[in-house]
Write a protein that binds this ligand. Structure first.
Ligand SMILES: Nc1ncnc2c1ncn2[C@@H]1O[C@H](COP(=O)(O)OP(=O)(O)O)[C@@H](O)[C@H]1O
Ligand SMILES: [Mg+2]
Length: 450
C-alpha cells in the first residue's frame, strides 16, 4: 500500500481506516461482491499520497524539501508562503514532504513534527480560537492532553501553554497555517487576526521564547492578503513564496492515472479517466474536484449494482455535484439577491446563456411586482449580481453589442442555468407567487423589444 496513514493533521476531516482499507460503515453499506473499489482511500481528497503518486510538482516539492532540511541541521528554516487556486496540491505537497522529513529526523534522533490547522474549517474564526486550535493540535502531536478550555483563559495564557508543550516535546516544529485568509476577524484594533497570529509566532521565534526551531508554512488561495499585514508583522515576517497554478486536462489525466488502483482491475471503463480529466479542466483545473468526481462515479456504479464505472456514471455524478454546489452557493443568498439572480437566470435561459443588465433589470422589476418586494435600483441589483460572480455562479463582462451601440454590462453563467433556476425556485416560498412560464414569456418580450 503506498498511502501514508490516516490524515491526522489539523482540524481537517479524519480519513477512515481499517486493516482492509475500509471503515465499518463502508463494510455495511457496500456489498462485498459489487464494489468497484479496491482501495477507496486513493480517491479520498484528504489522503496524503506518496511522492510517486504526485505528478508535475517537482519544483514545489524540491523547494519545500530544501527549506525543511534546515530542521535537520539545527537551523531555523525559512517561513514558506504557498499560494495558488484551490486543489492545486498546496496542502498535499507540503504534508508529504513533512511526513518524509519526520521519518528522516526520527532516524537521526531529532524530534521533528508538523502541526496543520485549516482555519477555514474552524467554527469561529477568531485569533483566540486559532491559538486554542493550534494548541490542541500540537498537544495531540506531542501525545499530551490539551488541558486549556476554550473559555476562561486569555489568549496569552493559551500561547504560554502552547509554547510550553512545543518546548517540552519537539526539537523542531512546523506550523502549517492552512487557508489562513479565513482568519479575517478584526476584533483587535482593526488588525486582522492572521496578521496578529503571524506577528506573535514570528516574534516567539525571533526573540527566542522557545528553544525549539519553530517555522511556519502559510497556505492561501489569495496571495494579496499579505498586503493587509500590519507593519510590525510585515517587518518581522519575510516568507519564501512558492506558487501553484491550476492543472490542464493532461495534467489531471496524469494525476488520476496514478490513482487507478483505487479501483478493481477491470472496474474502470474505457475513457473514464480522460472524461473526468476533461470535466476537471473545465472546473477550474482543480484536482480535488476531479478526484471527487472519479470517486462519486464509482459510488454511483456501486449504488446501481454495476461492476464497471462508465462515462455515463461520470456524467450523472457531475450533474449532482454541480447541483450541490449551486445549492450551497445559492441557498445561502439573501432573498432580494435571490430575486436578482433569478431574473438574470431566466433572461440567460431564453437568450442562449447571455443576460444584459438592462434586460435583467426590466425583468427583475416584474419579478418584484409578483412577489410584492420593493425593487432595488439597477446599480444595487448589478452589485448583487457581480458579488454572486465572486462565488463563481456567473461572470460579468462589458460589451458594446447591438446596433444602437453603447456599453452594456453582460452576465454569463458558469454553472448550468437550469440548475440555478430549479434551485432558486425550491429554495424559498417567495417563488411560489411567481408563474415561471409567464415570467419566461415576459422575458422573451423584453428581449424582442431591445
Ligand atoms: N500534483 C498532484 N498529484 C497528485 N495528486 C494531487 C496533485 N495535486 C493535487 N492532488 C490531489 O488533489 C486534491 C487536492 O489537493 P490539495 O493539496 O489538498 O489542494 P490545495 O492546493 O487546495 O491545498 C488532493 O486529493 C490531492 O491528493
Ligand atoms: Mg489545501
Amino acid at each position: 500500500m503506498s498511502t501514508n496513514g490516516p490524515n491526522d493533521s489539523g482540524d481537517e476531516r479524519e480519513t477512515p481506516t481499517s486493516s482492509s482499507g475500509g471503515s465499518i460503515v463502508d463494510d455495511i453499506s457496500e456489498n462485498e461482491n459489487t464494489t468497484v473499489f479496491r482501495d477507496k482511500r486513493l480517491v479520498d481528497p484528504y489522503t496524503i499520497v506518496d511522492h510517486d503518486r504526485i505528478y508535475g510538482r517537482d519544483e514545489q516539492l524540491a523547494a519545500e524539501a530544501w527549506a525543511f532540511r534546515d530542521n535537520l541541521d539545527g537551523e531555523r528554516p525559512p517561513d514558506l508562503l504557498l499560494y495558488g487556486p484551490s486543489g492545486t496540491g498546496k496542502s498535499l505537497t507540503v504534508k508529504s514532504v513533512a511526513e518524509k522529513l519526520k521519518a528522516k529526523a526520527a532516524e537521526n534522533g531529532i524530534k521533528f513534527d508538523f502541526v496543520s490547522v485549516n482555519f477555514k474549517s474552524m467554527e469561529s474564526r477568531t485569533l483566540d480560537r486559532a491559538v486554542w486550535e493550534l494548541g490542541r493540535q500540537t498537544a495531540k502531536k506531542a501525545g499530551v492532553v490539551w488541558d486549556i478550555p476554550q473559555k476562561g483563559f486569555s489568549t496569552d495564557a493559551k500561547y504560554v501553554r502552547l509554547y510550553e508543550i512545543v518546548e517540552d516535546h519537539f526539537d523542531a516544529l512546523v506550523f502549517i497555517l492552512d487557508e489562513i485568509d479565513a482568519l479575517t476577524d478584526l476584533s483587535l484594533n482593526d488588525e486582522p487576526a492572521y496578521s496578529r497570529l503571524l506577528y506573535s509566532l514570528s516574534r516567539a521565534m525571533a526573540e527566542g521564547h522557545v528553544d525549539t526551531l519553530i517555522s511556519t508554512v502559510v497556505i492561501t488561495n489569495h496571495p494579496k492578503f499579505l498586503n493587509n499585514l500590519d507593519s510590525r508583522t510585515d517587518s518581522s515576517y519575510n516568507p519564501t513564496d512558492i506558487a501553484f497554478s491550476d492543472y490542464d486536462a493532461n495534467e489531471l489525466r496524469e494525476i488520476l492515472s496514478r490513482r487507478r488502483d483505487a479501483f478493481e482491475p477491470s472496474a474502470l471503463g474505457e475513457g473514464v479517466i480522460d472524461f473526468v480529466a476533461a470535466h476537471g479542466a473545465i472546473n477550474e483545473g482543480d484536482a480535488r474536484r476531479a478526484i471527487s468526481l472519479l470517486r462519486d462515479a464509482g459510488e454511483l456504479a456501486n449504488q446501481n449494482g454495476d461492476s464497471v464505472v462508465t462515462t455515463g456514471h461520470v456524467e450523472t455524478a457531475n450533474k449532482s455535484l454541480l447541483n450541490n454546489r449551486v445549492l450551497e452557493i445559492v441557498g445561502g443568498l439573501a432573498p432580494q439577491k435571490k430575486l436578482s439572480l433569478y431574473s438574470a437566470a431566466i433572461i440567460a435561459d431564453v437568450n442562449d446563456g447571455k443576460a444584459s443588465s438592462s434586460a435583467v433589470y426590466k425583468l427583475y422589476k416584474t419579478v418584484c411586482e409578483a412577489t410584492g418586494d420593493n425593487p432595488f435600483t439597477q446599480e444595487t441589483m448589478c452589485r448583487h449580481l457581480k458579488r454572486a460572480g465572486t462565488y463563481s455562479v456567473l461572470e460579468n463582462s462589458i460589451t458594446s453589442e447591438g446596433f444602437k451601440g453603447g456599453i452594456h454590462l453582460q452576465f454569463t453563467f458558469t454553472v448550468p442555468v437550469d440548475a440555478v433556476i430549479n434551485t432558486l425556485e425550491k429554495s424559498s416560498s417567495t417563488f411560489d407567487s411567481i408563474d415561471s412560464s409567464k415570467i419566461r414569456s415576459h422575458a422573451r418580450a423584453i428581449l424582442s423589444k431591445s
